[in-house]
Design a protein around this ligand. Sequence first.
Ligand code: COA
Length: 257
Amino acid sequence: MTFENLLISTEDGLATITIDRPKKLNALNKATIEELHQAFKNLEMDDSIRVIVLTGSGEKAFVAGADISEFAHFSEEEGERLAAKGQELLFDLVENFSKPVIAAVNGFALGGGLELAMCCHFRVASDNARMGLPETSLGVIPGYGGTQRLPQLVGKGRAMELIMTAGMIDSGKALDHGLVNHVVAQENLLPLCKKIAGKIMNNSPIAIGKAIKAVNAGFAEGEDGYAQEVKAFGECFSTDDFKEGTTAFLEKRKASF
Ligand code: COA
């Protein structure tokens, strides 16, 4: 399937989705959100894909936010629908995706762009990356989960300051705050993501999917993360991956999942 606003490449179990609107700094318009939804749905069904890397086209931006030109004239109801639909179609879908999704933050990640990076399972940034939630400078608040995920990742006080000042932090500060896991030169960004993906692919995809669910349960309203962990831990015992993983260990060989 081809997309107007995305480039998708696959190699050795890794799918790379590149948001491709460089002239608009990869801003998330409605069509791009819908295409991302479809792309993730396709990759979920594709058993040959084990890890997804999400990045932006060009050297300047990951995603510079939701497309301001599309919502500047929205009413209150339309604004609420925009946030609800986007969260359902994309941000919640990615956060709860059963395969690991790594954000390769290759430049500006602002507003909806940072929110997109934050719903990925973890983030790697290039040293030119700049991150922030500038929404209050536009008279609005983050609407794609930013008020929830930023405090989870960096702590409440830092999130409050970033949101209130509408400021940007550089990759060094993002690393210091735990917002990104690694910072590398831009040319090393995708190679590092590929290397991490390779390490992930040595492990059981079933166990990884269950671990994602258990970790997320700890942050979800009304869910008991510990109970989810116990249930998922038990479920692992009836999987072929568990048999293979434990047998391989006892036979002193590398497991093949
Ligand atoms: N929505 C729509 N268009 C956007 C956009 C967004 N979020 N971010 C950038 N663009 C567009 C610009 O309008 C411009 O289009 P044009 O060439 O047709 O005028 C193009 O992308 C390049 O951006 P420009 O502002 O010229 O680049 P810059 O290097 O001077 O500044 C930024 C880069 C990221 C600082 C600046 O683009 C910016 O502040 N963007 C908005 C960030 C934001 O508020 N995001 C949150 C939205 S909720």
